[in-house]
Design a binder for this molecule. Sequence first.
Ligand code: RB5
Length: 137
Amino acid sequence: MRIFIASDHAGFLLKEILKQHFNLVDLGCNSKDSCDYPIFAHKLAESIKNNDKGILICGTGIGMSITANRHKNIRAALCTDIQMAELSRKHNNANVIVLGARIISTEIAINCIKIFLNTAFERGRHLHRLNLINNIF
Ligand code: RB5
């Protein structure tokens, strides 16, 4: 399982810090210079195969979430605390966690990622609901 990370300029510093704590494949951006978050959200979404996971960061996390969720194989969850990170895995089988660098602290971001990477999908009724998202009855 590979873990990809990407951000825009607003998430750049947090991305650099997270790379010191986890083994991540960095898809950019590469500086604090202003850039367009959809480019990086699409790049990460297209890189995710099989059991890979992704981390997307922008200012609020909203733009990255909206963009990543346009991809059919992506379940991107914007998380602001560890409970959301845990439930995004247990109930939604999220394969991408999205963080808002202007919203949460570095400590919360690290804890969210730890939980996200170490929590399994519960399947059962939640699998049925995930199938319904794609109109599979
Ligand atoms: C960039 O200023 C900001 O709009 C972006 O990082 C993100 O928050 C968009 O949703």
